[in-house]
Design a protein around this ligand. Structure first.
Ligand SMILES: NC(=O)c1ccc[n+]([C@@H]2O[C@H](COP(=O)([O-])OP(=O)(O)OC[C@H]3O[C@@H](n4cnc5c(N)ncnc54)[C@H](O)[C@@H]3O)[C@@H](O)[C@H]2O)c1
Ligand SMILES: Nc1nc(=O)c(N)c(NC[C@H](O)[C@H](O)[C@H](O)COP(=O)(O)O)[nH]1
Length: 226
């Protein structure tokens, strides 16, 4: 058993999620950021790859005091569990994700992570070891489910999202398309990594919503079961 997994990503009109230097870019407007805050508050956990932590240093906390109060009233932590997928345990110990906001953190590593780093990390987060070289995403999702995660939001980046799609581990995709053009063949996109080759392996999507938001478009897709 694994959680319901949905991906939320903001991309430019030309399909890029940041610059070729992997510098964070503001693609969403106010309306989209408040939508993101709401879907975050509705989740049990929120997951990113280490590339996103190193590039953006996000805290992944719920920003709205009202939404935090709603979670508390429902007997939940103020913020969803923050999960970092970090094969070699590269996460800096002063990352915002380990410090900002109350609540639980999980760092998922593979057997390649140095034991002394894991020991230091355990002061701030629960460490889950899954996989030999990279993190075994299927095993990680099963472990998160065992720990009570029913609804998991994935905030990127492209490498992690590409790997989740390739393994058939995504149930829904929410894409905000913003009104800028970033360009660059090396700029990250919503599903990076090696990509898929055979058409029969491509995840098929079902359009569930397309609405104007800010100066862009929010598109929601369900992923067909294979
Ligand atoms: N626009 C947006 O909504 C948005 C959201 C998040 C990130 N970003 C951007 O994305 C970029 C970061 O993305 P990225 O692709 O470099 O990194 P990422 O966040 O996808 O992290 C990738 C890393 O995860 C680790 N990993 C461990 N196990 C793995 C597995 N089984 N499969 C895949 N990866 C595994 C690897 O170390 C890998 O390098 C940054 O430029 C950031 O600004 C944009
Ligand atoms: N939805 C969205 N629109 C964007 O324009 C953009 N650049 C991101 N990027 C995702 C990313 O990693 C963010 O930086 C975190 O969603 C915010 O992290 P904070 O909790 O505020 O620290 N996400």
């Amino acid at each position: 058993m694994r959680p319901f997994v949905f991906v939320n990503i903001a991309m430019s009109a030309d399909g890029k999620i940041s610059t070729r230097e992997r510098r964070q870019v503001r693609i969403s407007g106010k309306e989209d950021f408040s939508r993101v805050d709401r879907i975050k508050a509705e989740s049990d956990a929120i997951m990113v790859g280490i590339g996103t932590v190193l590039a953006d240093n996000p805290s992944l906390t719920v920003k709205s005091p009202d939404l935090r109060a709603e979670r508390r009233a429902a007997g939940r932590d103020e913020h969803p569990i923050r999960v970092v997928v970090d094969s070699r345990g590269r996460i800096p110990l002063d990352s915002d994700i380990l410090h900002k906001g109350t609540g639980r953190r999980i760092v998922a590593v593979s057997k390649q992570a140095p034991p002394e780093k894991l020991e230091a990390l355990e002061e701030y987060a629960t460490v889950i070891v899954a996989g030999e070289e990279t993190v075994d995403l299927t095993a990680l999702l099963e472990e998160l489910h065992r720990r009570g995660v029913g609804r998991l939001m994935v905030e990127g980046g492209g490498t992690l999202i590409g790997a989740l799609f390739a393994r058939g581990l995504v149930d829904e995709l929410q894409t905000f398309v913003g009104n800028i053009v970033i360009g660059g063949e090396d700029a990250p996109t919503p599903a990076d990594g090696p990509g898929l080759l055979r058409e029969e392996d491509f995840p098929r999507l079902r359009l569930t919503e397309a609405v104007r938001l800010d100066e862009g478009l929010l598109i929601r897709w369900g992923v067909e079961k294979r």
